[in-house]
Design a protein around this ligand. Structure first.
Ligand code: GSH
Length: 224
């Protein structure tokens, strides 16, 4: 009997990516909610390098790092493909997924949470990053084409989490993601969040809003 365990945290866009991929493939799994302030012995044992969620344990074998887990899921279970089969398209999907991880969170969170010159610089960086993504969506419904793929799953932060940063960051004027500036991204957010397996795996709005409100206030208090 196959055993699939996922160690995650409800508010983590990284662990939600893995849940989306497992749901997309129809894989049954046991979900274990981690308290990141008091990490479980299993998390420390099976992810000793990073000590982070998500952590997938398949038949006793651990896999960490969300992008690697997504590829593992795609190669292990049948069902809708997460990565394209064409080698060039595969490498492009990996390129944009890596770009999203490396470039988006730093610029977008600093644009919402910092002040003064640092915030202005991060805002400009975030516009640049989002413009690349806007152009990637020209003529496409999803980053993956007609269906959701690796880049769409990776971009869940932009689709859901980002709006809470914007909402509670009074310093972010003008707003970052608008229909006027990024029409393709806004349409993508709508199509993406309307897919049932995505919707089922997004954290509850009010709970997430409270968490980010508290984080943004704490970040502001620390800089005053
Ligand atoms: N690069 C990792 C990032 C995962 C990550 O940052 N996880 C956070 C939760 S959102 C975590 O476990 N943090 C615990 C810590 O930093 O001690 C991935 O893609 O899986």
């Amino acid at each position: 009997m196959e055993s699939v365990k996922l160690f995650g945290t409800w508010f983590s866009p990284y662990s939600r990516r893995v849940e989306m991929a497992l749901k997309l493939k129809g894989v049954e799994y046991e979900y274990i909610e981690e308290d990141l302030k008091n990490k479980s012995p299993d998390l420390l044992k099976y992810n000793p390098v990073h000590k982070k969620v998500p952590l997938l344990i398949h038949n006793g074998k651990p896999i960490s790092e969300s992008l690697l887990i997504l590829e593992y899921i795609d190669e292990t279970w049948p069902g809708p493909a997460i990565l394209p089969s064409d080698p060039y398209e595969r490498s492009m999907a990996r390129f944009w997924a890596k770009f999203l991880d490396e470039k988006c969170p730093p610029a977008m969170t600093r644009a919402c949470m910092r002040t003064g010159e640092e915030q202005e610089k991060a805002y400009e960086e975030a516009i640049e990053v989002l413009t690349f993504l806007e152009n990637e969506l020209i003529g496409k419904k999803f980053f993956g084409g007609d269906t959701i793929g690796l880049v769409d799953i990776t971009a869940n932060l932009i689709a859901h989490w980002h709006r809470f940063f914007e909402e509670f960051s009074e310093i972010m004027q003008p707003p970052l993601i608008t229909k006027e500036k990024f029409p393709n991204i806004c349409e993508w957010v709508n199509d993406y969040t309307n897919c049932s397996f995505v919707q089922e795996n997004l954290p509850e709005k009010d709970k997430l809003a409270q968490l980010y409100k508290a984080r943004i206030q704490a970040a502001k208090a620390a800089t005053q």
